[in-house]
Design a protein around this ligand. Structure first.
Ligand code: AMO
Length: 419
């Protein structure tokens, strides 16, 4: 005799026989349970026809082969115990009657139980673990941890969420940028996986107001190293997804996540040329908007880097090109294909506090507010560089989701604050 547990998915009542589909704990698989007169006490048979979906059961019995059952087997019950009753659910977890996203969010605590939705988060857990594994392999230490409550902008002033910090103004961190740089002399290679907050009123498939970044910084690192490390995260995550969660991928309609064997590189100027040859109206100096980005990604079937962006489009901390200071040494890493998008930004950093101060002023920032950051470069600071990769963007790309909100259990956008 075996014991299984699971939630009622659906009950088919044909009198002396009840077929109960359950979603098993902990596998989250749909399995068939047969409750038959004579096999179970009479009151169990009677009750079994009345279970609401999501009633949590503990069932004793045994598996037998059955060609008609979902996984080629069914569980013949000898006894059934209700562990927790359920009221009728406000959304249909079987998705026979699908709900719109706002309704799904309203009942997110139930929505997350759907095997297809739970699959996203089992996969995301593999992706986050793959990033940690790769960074450790490359000799990085995980910074434990950087502040979330901060006094100044790190990525420019307009997108900060202010908060009241006793009698002072403070903000939620836009990134760990300044702090991760400051740990480079201490740890050499450092990373953190931490939340970032951006008060952008962007309502797009790739923007959240709260998202997580894999923030990476290293001393004496080359641009090629930075690219290789990012590619390694992407590739390792793809391989591990295929190996560790194949059933979850199937639920998401993915036979196999494409595992790239190389990455490509294109300069900003080349990307502009390519877009223009496609008939896109874009000037040298412009940043890529969503349609341009998609168009660019559709030219690639492996992940790729766009290198050297116009300085005016970049944060103050990127190094400028020595040969041509119109450009900053920033590089973006993008996922390929029709559904492609920017996954990360990064590059070598500026170490000269005077140059940093001028760049800040030019970008409308107040260098006085960055005292400690500017001072630290006066004390034997090594050349360094890094990148920040969005965890939800990476999840969106690898799992081919249609919007980033699907990659967060409880997404935050300009419109969504609850649950
Ligand atoms: P950036 O601002 O480009 O760079 O952010 C880095 C990466 O974070 C993700 N990201 C977002 N994900 C979801 N919603 C958003 N609103 C959002 N904004 C950004 C993207 C993006 O590529 N400090 C630098 C990185 C560095 O140079 O180290 C930074 O924050 O995947």
């Amino acid at each position: 005799m075996e014991t299984i547990r699971g939630w009622v998915w659906n009950v088919r009542d044909i009198g002396k026989l009840k077929f109960i589909l359950i979603r098993t704990f902990p596998e989250n698989r749909i399995e068939q349970v047969v409750v038959k007169k004579g096999n179970v006490p009479d009151e169990v048979l009677e009750e079994a026809g009345k279970y609401n979906p999501e009633t949590l059961l503990e069932i004793q019995g045994e598996w037998v082969e059955s060609k008609k059952a979902p996984n080629g087997r069914e569980f013949v019950a000898k006894d059934v115990k209700v562990i927790a009753n359920s009221e009728p659910t406000p959304i249909d977890l079987t998705e026979k009657t699908p709900a719109e996203f706002p309704t799904r969010l309203e009942y997110r605590y139930l929505d997350l139980r759907k095997p297809r939705i739970a699959a996203i988060f089992k996969a995301k857990s593999v992706i986050v673990d793959a990033a940690r594994q790769v960074l450790r392999k490359w000799g990085f230490h995980e910074a434990a941890f950087f502040p979330i409550i901060i006094a100044t902008a790190t990525e420019g002033g307009a997108e900060l969420f202010p908060l009241v910090y006793f009698d002072r103004e403070a903000f939620l961190a836009q990134s760990a940028q300044l702090y991760k740089q400051s740990l480079v002399p201490a740890l050499g290679r450092v990373f953190s996986i931490a939340p970032s907050f951006r008060a952008e009123k962007s309502r797009t498939r790739k923007h959240l107001t709260e998202f997580w970044q894999i923030d990476v910084e290293a001393a004496f690192v080359t641009k090629k190293d930075l690219m290789d490390i990012q590619f390694d995260i992407y590739k390792t995550a793809a391989e591990r997804l295929n190996r560790e969660v194949p059933d979850e991928l199937k639920l998401l309609g993915i036979e196999e996540v494409p595992v790239p064997n190389k990455y490509e590189k294109i300069s900003y100027d080349e990307a502009i040329e390519l877009l223009r040859s496609d008939g896109v109206d874009i000037k040298r100096g412009d940043d890529f908007g969503a349609p341009e980005e998609r168009q660019l990604c559709s030219h690639f079937d492996v992940p790729f880097f766009v290198t050297e962006f116009p300085e005016t489009e970049c944060a103050f901390y990127y190094k400028l090109r020595e040969e041509d200071p119109f450009f900053a040494e920033k590089m973006d890493f993008l996922a390929p294909g029709e559904n492609g998008l920017e996954l990360s930004s990064g590059g070598p950093r500026e170490n000269d506090p005077e140059k940093l101060r001028k760049r800040m002023i030019a970008k409308g920032m107040r260098p006085e507010a960055f005292g400690w950051y500017l001072e630290m470069f006066k004390y034997g600071f090594p050349p360094h560089g890094g990148f920040g990769m969005g965890v939800e963007r990476l999840t969106l790309a690898l799992l081919n989701l249609d919007k980033i909100m699907e990659a967060m259990p409880y997404p935050r956008t300009p419109d969504i604050l609850t649950p």
